[in-house]
Design a protein around this ligand. Structure first.
Ligand code: GTP
Ligand code: MN
Ligand code: MN
Length: 621
C-alpha cells in the first residue's frame, strides 16, 4: 500500500491512484470520462476500477467478497462457483417510500409517484454523495440492457462502490470491455447510473460485511435519463440496470419514442402442429410471472419455452408488427416457493451454479435452503441472520424476499429466439392478478381499448389478509404501479395512443387471467402451474380463430366445452368457481374502480368510456 492512499492534491482533490485511473482509462468517450471524473471528485474514492467483465475479474472480486465476509462460498459440487450473501436486516427489499421521480413539474411524476424538484433533489444528493466513497473502490461498469447487436444498443454505465453490485450486474446484464469498446466507437449515449452504499471508511476503520446507510434515496431523473441511488445494497435498489433503468427510465423513453417498457414475462408456445406464438404477461410482484415463464405444459403435444420472466420491451415495426425483447441477461427470482415440485426449470438453472443467493438459509453441508425448496425440511440450518435454526424455531429460515441471481443462459427451456436482437413477434398480452373472487380464470377483451381498461384496473389482493376480512384489493395498472417513471395518467394515454397509431388489427390481443380464485369452501378453484397450459391453449386457439367462447359483460370467456380438460383432476364445483362470471360481484367492483380513477385524476376518455360500457353490459345481463 502507498504511504497515504487517501491523500489528495490541492488542484483536483483526487489522489494519485484515482488520477492515474482517469489518465489511463480504457476509453476515449469524452462524456463518460468527464462524468466519471466529476463523480470521483464528488465521492472521493481511494481507487477506480474499470470493470472489464472478465472471468479473472469475477474470481478476484468474489475472492475479495469472501475475505470481507460478504460472501460465503458454497459447496463446489452442489453449487459450483456460487455464493451466499447476507444483507443488513434493514436492507432487504425495494424501498418504494424512498423512491423518487424527479421531473421538472410535479405533474410530470403524477399521482402515484413520490416527487421532488430535480434541482432541490440534486442539491440534497450532492451532500449525501460528497465523500461517500472514501476508503473504498469506485467501480465503473459499462453495460447494455438488451443486445449489444441491437440497431441502437441501450447503454448504461453504473458507478458503484459495491463489489456485490458488480458481480450481480455481471449476471443480470451484458457488461464490461466489449460494451465499452462499442459504446466508445459509436460515441453512444448512455444512462448515467450513480450508486453508493453511503458508508465511507475512515483511515484504518474496519469494514462490515454489508455496508449501507439508514438514509436511502432511489432517485430517477427521467428527463435527464439519470439515476442516483444512495444507501442501499439490495438488488432492486442497487442493480440499476433492472427496475430503475429497464422499467422506470425506459418507460419514460418509451413514452417519448412510441413504444412500451413493461413488467412482463415473455413465453414462447408451440402447438402440436409446430406453430409457435409469443405471449407476454403482466402480473404484479409475487403473482406468478417467473412460474408462468417456466411453465411445463400438462397437455399432450404442447411445448413452452421462456424468453423472459420479468421485463419486456415492446416495439412496433413499420408494418405495425409488435416485437418484444427481454432486456435482461439473468434471473433475479424470489427464492421461497421456488422448488422442485412447482418450478423444476428454475431449480435446474440454479443447480448449474454461477449463482449469487441473498438472504437464504445455509445447510450444514455447504448448500442453501429456503421455505418451499424441498418437501422435506432439513433438521438444522443456519438462518439468514446467521443464527442456528431448527424446524422448531418458529420463524422462517430464509427471508421471505430472499433471492437467487442466475444467468438466463442456464435455463434449459430458454427459447433460441432470446438471442434475436430484433425481438420476437408478440401475439397476445395477458394481464393477471391475485383475486379470491370476481375475476374468472380467463377472459378475452373485446378490443385494444377494452384491454387497456382491463390493464388500467388490474387488481390484486394481499395474501396476508386480516382475520375474517376480505382480502384488500389494490389496483396496480399493468402491474407497473411501482415502476412507471412518469405520470400514470399519461402512461395510460400512451397505451391508448399506441393502439390508435398501430391499429386494432395489428395490436396484440389482450386477455385477463386469475389463477387464484377460491371455491366456496376456500381452496384454490384451479390447480394452476403446469395446468395453466390449458388456458394457454385456449388463448392460442382464440388467436388462430379455432376456439369457441361466450360473450359475457366483462369479455369473451370459455365455457367448459371450450377448454381442453382432458385428464384434469378438477371437480364440477371447482370448475364452476373458476369460470363463473357473477354479475353482482362485478357490479360491486365498479365503486372500487371509480375510487381508483378518482385517485388517478385524469383517466383518458376512452378508458372512462370502457368503464361506462362495462356498467351498461352488466345492467343488461
Ligand atoms: P416477482 O419476481 O416478485 O415480480 O414475482 P413473480 O410475478 O415472478 O411471482 P412468482 O412466479 O415468483 O410466484 C409468486 C407466488 O405465486 C409463488 O408463491 C408461487 O408459488 C405462486 N404461484 C405461481 N403460479 C401459481 C399458480 O398457477 N397457482 C397458484 N395457486 N399459485 C401460483
Ligand atoms: Mn419473478
Ligand atoms: Mn418484478
Amino acid at each position: 500500500m502507498a504511504d497515504n492512499p487517501t491523500a489528495t492534491t490541492e488542484t483536483t482533490g483526487l489522489n494519485e491512484a484515482v488520477k492515474d485511473a482517469l489518465d489511463n482509462a480504457p476509453t476515449t468517450h469524452a462524456h463518460l470520462l468527464a462524468w466519471v471524473r466529476e463523480m470521483a471528485e464528488l465521492t472521493q474514492p481511494d481507487r477506480i476500477h474499470w470493470v472489464d467483465g472478465s472471468e479473472a475479474e469475477w474470481t478476484q472480486l468474489t475472492d475479495e467478497l469472501v475475505d470481507a465476509g460478504t460472501f460465503v462460498r458454497l459447496d463446489e459440487e452442489k453449487f459450483p462457483n456460487s455464493f451466499a450473501a447476507f444483507s443488513d436486516p434493514e436492507d432487504v427489499a425495494r424501498v418504494e417510500e424512498r423512491t423518487f421521480i424527479c421531473t421538472r413539474t410535479e405533474k410530470g411524476a403524477g399521482p402515484t409517484n413520490n416527487w421532488e424538484d430535480p434541482e432541490v433533489m440534486r442539491g440534497t444528493l450532492r451532500k449525501k454523495f460528497r465523500g461517500a466513497m472514501r476508503g473504498r473502490t469506485m467501480y465503473v461498469i459499462p453495460f447494455v440492457m438488451g443486445h449489444l447487436e441491437a440497431s441502437r444498443p441501450s447503454y448504461g454505465v453504473e458507478i458503484t462502490d459495491s463489489a456485490y453490485v458488480v458481480c450481480s450486474m455481471r449476471i443480470m446484464a451484458t457488461i464490461g470491455a466489449p460494451v465499452l469498446e462499442k459504446m466508445t466507437e459509436q460515441n453512444g449515449f448512455f444512462v448515467e447510473c450513480l450508486h453508493s452504499l453511503g458508508a465511507p471508511l475512515a483511515p484504518g476503520e474496519e469494514d462490515v460485511p454489508w455496508p449501507c446507510n439508514p438514509s436511502k434515496y432511489i432517485v430517477h431523473f427521467p428527463e435527464d435519463r439519470a439515476i442516483w441511488s444512495f444507501g442501499s445494497g439490495y438488488g432492486g435498489n442497487a442493480l440499476l440496470g433492472k427496475k430503475c433503468y429497464a422499467l422506470r427510465i425506459a418507460s419514460a423513453i418509451a413514452h417519448d419514442e412510441g413504444w412500451l417498457a413493461e413488467h412482463m414475462l415473455i413465453l414462447k408456445v408451440t402447438n402440436p402442429e409446430g406453430k409457435s406464438r409469443f405471449i407476454a404477461g403482466a402480473f404484479p410482484s409475487a403473482c406468478g410471472k417467473t412460474n408462468f415463464a417456466m411453465l411445463e405444459p400438462t397437455i399432450e403435444g404442447w411445448k413452452a419455452e421462456m424468453v423472459g420472466d420479468d421485463i419486456a420491451w415492446i416495439r412496433f415495426g413499420k408494418d405495425g408488427q409488435a416485437r418484444v425483447t427481454n432486456p435482461e441477461a439473468g434471473l433475479f427470482g424470489v427464492a421461497p416457493g421456488t422448488g422442485w415440485p412447482t418450478n423444476p426449470n428454475a431449480m435446474r438453472a440454479i443447480a448449474r451454479g454461477n449463482t449469487i443467493f441473498t438472504n437464504v438459509a445455509l445447510t450444514d453441508d455447504g448448500g442453501v435452503w429456503w421455505e418451499g425448496m424441498t418437501e422435506e425440511t432439513p433438521e438444522h440450518l443456519t438462518d439468514w441472520k446467521g443464527r442456528d435454526w431448527t424446524p422448531e424455531s418458529g420463524r422462517p429460515a430464509a427471508h421471505p424476499n430472499s433471492r437467487f441471481c442466475t444467468p438466463i443462459k442456464q435455463v434449459d427451456i430458454l427459447a433460441p429466439e432470446y438471442d434475436d436482437p430484433e425481438g420476437v413477434p408478440l401475439s397476445a398480452i395477458v394481464f393477471g392478478g391475485r383475486r379470491k373472487t370476481t375475476v374468472p380464470l380467463v377472459s378475452q377483451s373485446f378490443g385494444w381499448e377494452h384491454g387497456v381498461f382491463q390493464g388500467a384496473t388490474l387488481s390484486s389482493e394481499t395474501t396476508a389478509a386480516a382475520k375474517g376480512a376480505v382480502g384488500v384489493v389494490r389496483r396496480d395498472p399493468m402491474a407497473m404501479l411501482p415502476f412507471i417513471g412518469y405520470n400514470a395518467n399519461d402512461y395510460l394515454e400512451h397505451w391508448v395512443e399506441v393502439g390508435e397509431r398501430i391499429g386494432e388489427d395489428e395490436m396484440p390481443k389482450v386477455f385477463y387471467v386469475n389463477w387464484f380464485r377460491r371455491t366456496p369452501s376456500g381452496g384454490f378453484a384451479w390447480p394452476g402451474f403446469g395446468e395453466n397450459s390449458r388456458v394457454v391453449k385456449w388463448i392460442f386457439d382464440r388467436l388462430e380463430g379455432t376456439a369457441g367462447g361466450r360473450e359475457a359483460p366483462i369479455g369473451t370467456v370459455p365455457t367448459r366445452e371450450d377448454l381442453d380438460l382432458t385428464g384434469l383432476d378438477v371437480s364440477d364445483e371447482e370448475l364452476e368457481a373458476a369460470l363463473k362470471v357473477d354479475v353482482e360481484e362485478w357490479r360491486a367492483e365498479l365503486p372500487s374502480i371509480d375510487e381508483w380513477f378518482h385517485r388517478l385524476g385524469h383517466v383518458p376518455e376512452p378508458i372512462l368510456e370502457q368503464r361506462a360500457g362495462l356498467e351498461d353490459r352488466l345492467n343488461q345481463a
